[in-house]
Design a protein. Structure first.
Length: 78
């Protein structure tokens, strides 16, 4: 009985560790794109269809060489 209980605890513990490792890997390698449409009478007409891209929180992570491919792919999707 005690061995069954400890076995279940061990399986649950290992499952939680595996989940946390997978979650951390996904979060560190996932890229999120947020789109915001800004409308203001204070902006000149030259800003129609203008895109501003901010890349942040890479934490020394490199996606491709110098992140150039990443930037090009994500700008075209944005």
């Amino acid at each position: 009985m005690v061995k069954k209980f400890l076995g279940k605890k061990y399986i649950i513990f290992i499952s939680i560790i595996i989940f946390l490792v997978c979650f951390s890997y996904f979060e560190n390698n996932n890229i999120v794109i947020s789109k915001y449409n800004v409308k203001s009478s204070k902006l000149p007409k030259a800003f129609n269809n203008f895109k501003i891209v901010q890349i942040s929180d890479l934490h020394n992570k490199i996606f491709y060489k110098d992140n150039n491919i990443l930037v090009k792919k994500k700008i075209t999707k944005a």
